[in-house]
Design a protein around this ligand. Structure first.
Ligand code: ZN
Ligand code: FE
Length: 239
């Protein structure tokens, strides 16, 4: 299974998950249809499934056009059935979603929105975290509570340490500035920042990131309790 990173809008990432034997594919969070269509058409891919982590426009903006063009099936959280455009398949916390060679466990991870989910392709050790966990950051809390977001991140922290994290935005550099301001003596963080800058200088994405790196470098994952986490989230909102 191959992951193709597709840049969308200003700083969004959509992902094509491609079964190279059948050329069937899923797209995660198509912000817009055009860049997805361009890749699909030039690579003869069949876009069968549209996976949405949450209902925000920059994650579902391409749903309608892609579904119409490819007759794809739209998968999203059951609680967001009124908010995810063109939704077909409703999934819930801890469901296993399985089609063809694609198999993912669903985690309900509220905080950024009340209906946010992650898709964990556990056999391949890859998780799509939308706007909940970013590299060196976490999403803003728009609809949920600090406690919900803290617990959602805890679920991701419990996955195998070599899990690859695919997040919804290229926010890594800004996030790293915050982390290093409040965690100035973290040498592993400084090493990671060097690598991040190299990638960006070469026009490359900083995703995926590895869970083990995030556990050591992402200040939000290092927060010991909800109080510490909440304080960091407030500081970041005003950073
Ligand atoms: Zn969002
Ligand atoms: Fe977003």
């Amino acid at each position: 299974m191959k992951i193709q990173i597709i840049k969308c809008l200003k700083d969004n990432y959509s992902y094509l998950i491609i079964d190279e034997t059948s050329l069937s594919a899923c797209v995660v969070d198509p912000s817009e249809a055009k860049p997805i269509i361009d890749f699909i058409e030039s690579n003869n891919i069949n876009l069968k499934y549209i996976l949405n982590t949450h209902h925000h426009f920059d994650h579902v903006g391409g749903n309608a056009e892609l579904k119409k063009k490819y007759n794809s099936n739209v998968i999203g959280f059951k609680g967001d059935k009124e908010r995810i455009p063109e939704i077909d398949t409703l999934v819930d916390d801890l469901n296993i979603w399985k089609k063809e060679n694609f198999e993912a466990k669903i985690y309900h991870i509220p905080g950024h929105t009340t209906g946010h989910i992650a898709f964990h392709f556990f056999k391949e050790k890859k998780i799509f975290t939308g706007d909940t966990l970013f590299s060196l950051g976490c999403g803003k809390i728009f609809e949920g509570t600090y406690e919900q977001m803290f617990n959602s991140l805890k679920k991701i922290k419990a996955l195998p340490k070599d899990t690859e994290i695919y997040c919804g935005h290229e926010y890594t550099l800004q996030n790293s500035n915050f982390c290093v301001t409040y965690d100035a003596n973290n040498s592993r963080l400084k090493e990671k920042i060097t690598q991040i800058k190299q990638k960006l200088d070469n026009g490359l994405p900083t995703v995926p990131t590895i869970l083990d790196d995030e556990m050591h470098c992402n200040i939000f994952l290092k927060a010991k309790d909800v109080q510490a986490f909440s304080k960091l989230r407030d500081l970041k909102d005003n950073f």
